[in-house]
Design a binder for this molecule. Structure first.
Ligand code: PEP
Length: 356
């Protein structure tokens, strides 16, 4: 069977593990919705709640308990507005739907365009060797801007099912903005996902939550899916617990996105990024659960049910299974480990490490 036939054949399959309790333990799941891109025959998964879904009270009858929110201490690099005080308990039932896992490789500022081509080929061969089912677990790579055209050409020529992502975007449309990259330019390169609000941009480039919101809105308006990064520093964790800053950052980032638009949220504790010291799966779950419930409050339960929440921060093949067992963790944003094709493949193949 040729590569093309294989991709098409795989894409036609339902995710064979769509009902595994490792992704969505608890009540029975609805079947995964059909892929969204019939125009080009793309059958990769797209989360949606269009399918009739019986509202199911998530986690039995556990009510939302708003975390105690103390005033956020704003760092000079990244001002954060504290989440407003909310009623102590709001019980919003969130429907249970299948959310296809997403494993995303953020290369950061690594690999020139020639190295990028070699790396994507390695990843593609490696995933082909293990017969990876892209309809079961979606995989995306986020090369530097200068690599995007080369990687796009390779993905298209070889009909590879890897998704293409960008690491940033300008909040502005095309015009006199030296050095910036407009969302329309990325969309033209078949970029599907755009990271916004990565801590390395919030901190290293002083990006405010308002800028992150404008970037998310620009990506979305151009037909791409923003991957909104949120996460607390070690100081935030100490002062306010894990969830307060991510919740405030999420709320700010959603301000410019129309309800119903597709986005992904990546919970990335800043202290865990590149440190070799990941959060515990339990902490990742606790914060992702709080994020999902905040989405339900702000934008309704259907959107909360559909949105994929990733964990990021020192993820490796040895620890991915623990994160993917959590009911509110739908994938991972991988930095350093995404530069090693064999290791990235092992992470993508997390189902093989996960036992019930
Ligand atoms: C990241 O940069 O988003 C990241 C998660 O990095 P790492 O996996 O290297 O911690």
């Amino acid at each position: 069977m040729s590569d093309e036939e294989r991709v098409n054949d795989e894409g036609a399959n339902e995710p064979e593990n769509a009902e595994t309790p490792l992704v969505l333990p608890g009540p029975p799941e609805e079947p995964q919705a059909e892929a969204d891109d019939a125009e080009d025959g793309d059958t990769r998964p797209s989360p949606t709640v269009e399918a009739a879904v019986e509202p199911v009270v998530e986690s039995a009858v556990e009510p939302i308990v708003e975390p105690a929110v103390e005033p956020v201490v704003e760092s000079p690099a990244e001002p954060v507005t504290a989440a407003p005080a909310a009623p102590a308990e709001i019980d919003i039932p969130i429907p249970t739907v299948a959310r296809p896992p997403l494993i995303a490789g953020n290369w950061k500022m690594n690999l020139d365009h020639l190295q990028a081509i070699a790396h994507v080929q390695k990843v593609a061969w490696s995933l082909k060797d293990v017969k990876h089912d892209f309809a079961d677990v979606e995989v995306a790579v986020f090369p530097p801007f200068t690599d995007l055209r080369s990687v796009q050409t390779l993905l298209s020529a070889d009909k590879l099912a890897l998704r293409l992502g960008a690491q940033d975007v300008s909040p502005q449309g095309p015009g006199a903005f030296t050095g910036d990259i407009a969302a329309a330019f990325l969309a033209k390169l078949d970029v599907r996902y755009v990271i916004v609000g990565h801590s390395e941009r919030r901190q290293g480039h002083g990006e405010s939550s308002e800028t992150v919101a404008a970037k998310a809105a620009a990506a979305s308006a151009a037909g791409m899916v923003p991957v909104i990064c949120v996460g607390e520093t070690a100081e935030d964790l100490e002062a306010q617990g894990a969830a307060a800053v991510p919740l405030a950052q999420l709320e700010a980032a959603l301000a410019g996105l129309p309800t119903g638009s597709e986005y992904v949220v990546a919970y990335e504790p800043v202290w865990a990024i590149g440190s070799g010291d990941p959060a515990s799966p339990e902490q990742a779950q606790e914060v992702c659960r709080a994020l999902r419930r905040r989405i339900a409050e702000l934008r309704g339960p259907a959107e909360a049910a559909a949105i994929r929440l990733l964990y990021g921060g020192s993820v490796a093949s040895q620890n991915i299974a623990g994160f993917m067992r959590q009911p509110d963790v739908d994938g991972a944003l991988i930095g350093g480990a995404s530069l090693d094709a064999a290791e990235f493949t092992r992470i993508v193949q997390f189902r093989k490490h996960v036992t019930a």
